[in-house]
Design a protein around this ligand. Sequence first.
Ligand code: KIV
Ligand code: NA
Length: 277
Amino acid sequence: VTKVTPQTLLQSKRAFTPLTALTAYDYPTARLADEAGIDMILVGDSVGTAVLGYDNTLSVTMDDMLHHARAVRRGTQRALLVVDMPYGSYQVSVEDALRNGLRFLKESGSEAVKLEGGIAYTPHVKALTQAEIPVVGHIGLTPQSIHRMGGYRVQGLSESAAMQLRDDALALEDAGVIALVLEGIPRELAAQITDSLSVPTIGIGAGPDCDGQILVFHDLFSLSFTRKPKFVRSFGDGRLLMEQGIRDFRDAVVARTFPDDRESYHMPKAEVSGERS
Ligand code: KIV
Ligand code: NA
């Protein structure tokens, strides 16, 4: 298997080969995604909502991200491993972005970082790129902007908002991003941005015309306990599977049918005189 690199992403775009990306937060799910041939595994700060039970992603810390990124690293061989810079780890200064970006590469083995934001963050993208840290951009519905947006709302609906996002995309490409996540924007706008860039766009709630698609692992398997956004498609009912499995386990214990004798250890057979084992 050949390792996916930033160069691979660019080649896929040029060849019109759709890119596949999925979040993972731990070793088993990283292995499953990697072995299924997913091109990019993102340790998303969605770990906060999908796994840690927070209402939004704002309280996710560098330590949270490093902890999960290390587990995902151990389960990933082929996919490009990208980690989200959490809220607060890059907004204050370019220096913070650099220091924290370096930590991800040095302490978790991540191969790229992702950060949310447009033109205002091009200095951060440039500095990280200059420090040999590949950067994935992320614009549109950026969950770390929940309070500014007044909730999770589709972005780029007015012509001026759409123009701003087109400008953001070009500025980020100019600053050096290796790919750009487009989240929660009209498909027509995503198509325009995709056409205007030479780096690949990866959509989530941005329609089918992006160069690739990404979903949150728990959304893929109906394992999210929050309201399902329009763009989520469940590709398997993990929730039902687990609910049933847990109930069956409980019932079996209560009925004393688990464990049975074959699932039990036994004392060594008593030595019968004259017989050897
Ligand atoms: O944190 C996340 O899961 C993300 C993607 C869905 C793009 O940022
Ligand atoms: Na994220």
